[in-house]
Design a binder for this molecule. Structure first.
Ligand SMILES: C[S@@+](CC[C@H](N)C(=O)[O-])C[C@H]1O[C@@H](n2cnc3c(N)ncnc32)[C@H](O)[C@@H]1O
Length: 207
């Protein structure tokens, strides 16, 4: 594998030295997108949050600032991401307010109806069998709870679509495709937003 392909493929599952570089870069590189994405949560209350595909853990930290009373579980299948998220949220982990778990979104290690809010920033591209993963999320969300997806690609922009040819197992989705998959998984009240001059999207769904 060439160095460029190897490096960009670290977005799918950060591993080793390049993976460590990637998670550091994601924390700063995705900050503006994630902050805009979190503004979709205005009016959404949550005491128990799951942040899936947490990468370097910066969004877990920001969610805990946005919801100062909440406890948060961050999950990622990459050991590198899990370790970085623990470091980024060291104080909250030590205080018992944040737990960081290594696990796969397609088989979540949580009881039914655990969370008020589940979030997924820049990660659904890599999830195997999207509808099955969305059904898993529907299972662990409380009735009336919310699921937020935030992506930098709206599934049509050429600049990011080229990565599907480089990164194995990566898929981009339009807001319509995400909406259909969410509805099939049991979500409703699905609201999509598009950033004014970028292909960034949010999809917020209720169970
Ligand atoms: C591009 S990074 C985004 C990280 C972070 N959410 C952000 O916005 O900066 C994608 C992350 O999703 C994780 N991921 C991808 N597929 C996953 C799965 N099936 N289960 C758990 N984590 C997954 C990867 O390990 C990686 O840390």
């Amino acid at each position: 594998m060439g160095l460029f392909k190897n490096f960009v493929s670290q977005t799918r599952k950060p591993e080793g030295f390049l993976g460590k570089l990637m998670v550091n870069g994601m924390n700063s590189g995705h900050a503006k997108l994630a902050d805009w994405g979190m503004s979709a949560l205005d009016g959404v209350s949550a005491d128990c949050i799951a942040e899936l595909g947490c990468g370097g853990g910066r969004n877990a930290r920001e969610l805990m600032k946005r919801y100062p009373q909440a406890v948060l579980t961050a999950l990622d299948y990459s050991e590198v991401s899990v370790e970085k998220t623990k470091k980024t949220n060291k104080k909250a982990v030590e205080a018992g307010r944040c737990r960081v778990i290594q696990g796969d979104v397609s088989s979540l290690p949580f009881d039914d109806g655990t969370f008020d809010l589940v979030t997924a920033f820049e990660t659904v591209y890599f999830w195997p069998r999207l509808e099955k993963c969305f059904k898993e999320i529907a299972r662990v969300v409380k009735p009336g709870g919310s699921f937020l997806i935030c992506n930098e690609s709206d599934g049509t922009d050429a600049a990011t679509l080229k990565y599907t040819a480089i990164i194995d197992g990566m898929n981009y989705y339009t807001p319509e495709q995400l909406t259909d998959a969410l509805r099939t998984a049991g979500f409703s009240q699905i609201r999509t937003r598009h950033y004014p001059d970028k292909p960034w999207i949010t999809v917020l769904a209720e169970k």
